[in-house]
Design a protein around this ligand. Structure first.
Ligand code: SF4
Length: 294
């Protein structure tokens, strides 16, 4: 696999009231081969050339260890924002696995976002980390229809396999949740899909579902998305052009109805869906236990 130089891999996270409250961010790989047609990381603003080809950072594990040693404050490290830490190369390279060993040794927590069932390979390490620090594994699932999944996320694990991975992780006492995003206008923005994902998440033992009822589009990423729409959904590009023109936030026209159905389904299944409640799962172990008792 091709290597690229890096000076730092574990950096400070940017805080947002709408996102997971972690202290640090980590991308061991650059680029992603999962091929999601809507992927925001393709955007020009991130300056990632040849986005679909995965490269690893040279001496990644040594750099991560130095980064961890240099942090004054322990905290949760998030991985998966710009590139899937469980891309197909991880099976052989085991860099994410190596990073988890270091994270355990230096007593940090971990927050993973992935679309691969390979994450279940590392249950042993998640269990070790979970004894001293928070562990939260988020599986992104946008559709319960595997045929649709093959069109919009051509090289990720099948939906069924991702739910099976959640189940395995929860059976080992690990906190898991579903990132139900993006819900693409005119593609997967149906109540049946949204409620189906919530029900399947509950059945697999997930603690939460966090949604986004729309997609963001900008620059070259919009062009890529529209080309893929032309390929798989003839006529849909024109519908997007008529509805959203060049807007960045393209919310589902059925956003309100979807949100009501989603909220009702989460409440029925006793799943968390508000980010401030979900973030309690990322609190230091003793704090989380107190909050649960409270
Ligand atoms: S898995 Fe994530 S990073 Fe990879 S292509 Fe899909 S959306 Fe992009």
């Amino acid at each position: 696999m091709n290597l690229i130089p890096a000076k730092q891999i574990v950096s400070k996270s940017k805080k947002s009231a709408y996102w997971f409250d972690t202290e640090y961010n980590m991308n061991i790989y650059k680029g992603c081969s999962h091929g999601c047609i809507y992927c925001d990381s393709r955007s020009d603003c991130y300056h990632i050339e040849n986005f679909d080809s995965v490269r690893a950072k040279e001496n990644a594990l040594q750099i991560i260890e130095q980064d961890l040693l240099s942090k004054r404050k322990k905290g949760v490290i998030s991985s998966g924002a710009m590139s899937d830490p469980y891309n197909p190369f991880e099976q052989r390279e085991e860099l994410t696995r190596g990073a988890l060993e270091l994270i355990h040794r230096h007593r940090f927590g971990i927050h993973i976002m992935t679309k691969s069932d390979l994450v279940a390979r590392d249950i042993d390490l998640f269990e070790k980390i979970n004894k001293h620090s928070p562990v939260l594994v988020c599986m992104t699932i946008t559709t319960i229809d595997d045929e649709l999944c093959k069109k919009i996320e051509p090289r990720v694990s099948a939906t069924f396999d991702r739910f099976a991975a959640i189940q395995k992780l929860t059976e080992h006492g690990l906190n898991t949740g579903v990132l139900m995003m993006p819900i693409l206008p005119f593609v997967n923005d149906t109540i049946e899909n949204v409620v189906g994902i919530v029900e399947a998440a509950a059945k697999a033992g997930a603690k939460f579902v966090y949604p986004a009822f729309g997609v963001t589009l900008r620059q070259n990423q919009r062009d890529y998305y529209y080309n893929q729409l032309d390929k798989h959904f003839p006529g849909l590009k024109q519908k997007y052009m008529n509805t959203y023109r060049y807007e960045y936030n393209c919310s589902s026209l059925n956003q309100k109805g979807l949100h009501i159905a989603f909220k009702n389904a989460c409440e029925k299944e006793k799943l968390l869906y508000k980010i401030n409640e979900i973030n309690c799962l990322l609190k230091p172990k003793n704090e989380e236990e107190q909050l649960t008792l409270f």
